[in-house]
Design a protein around this ligand. Structure first.
Ligand SMILES: [Zn+2]
Ligand SMILES: [Zn+2]
Length: 131
């Protein structure tokens, strides 16, 4: 009996890792339901919370879809495409020096920061240019 929850959790983690993007709980559920008809959406929510609480997945807020889950645990900025509505990672762009600047101005200590960029992604830009 005690084996099953761990197994499901492992599968949820694999689904998020395989997606290499940002999935909502419902998207995770839909992908799992194909292979496991016994799984319920509540189980997915519960396990996602566990994975997040234990630093096994990252989550960010999508403006329309609520939380989206991310297997990329490195600190990174995000980009929201206003055309295709996807959230993408911006890799290798962390401006760690900002933490120091904010500390100096604000007077506290800064451990990390996040940034969200909005615009049109390269793929959508290319499509617009084709038309
Ligand atoms: Zn796009
Ligand atoms: Zn991300």
């Amino acid at each position: 009996m005690s084996v099953k929850p761990t197994k499901q959790r492992q599968r949820i983690l694999e689904v998020i890792r395989d997606a290499k993007g940002h999935l909502t709980a419902e998207e995770v559920y839909k992908r799992l339901a194909i292979e496991d008809h016994s799984i319920g959406i509540a189980t997915v929510y519960r396990n996602l919370k566990y994975l997040y609480d234990n630093d096994l997945v990252n989550r960010i807020q999508h403006p329309d879809f609520g939380y989206v889950y991310d297997s990329n645990l490195n600190q990174h900025y995000h980009f929201h495409c206003l055309s295709c509505n996807r959230i993408m990672d911006i890799e290798d762009m962390m401006h760690h020096e900002l933490n120091k600047e904010v500390e100096e101005k604000f007077g506290g200590t800064v451990h990390s920061h996040m940034a969200y960029f909005y615009g049109i992604c390269p793929e959508c830009l290319a499509k617009q240019e084709d038309n």
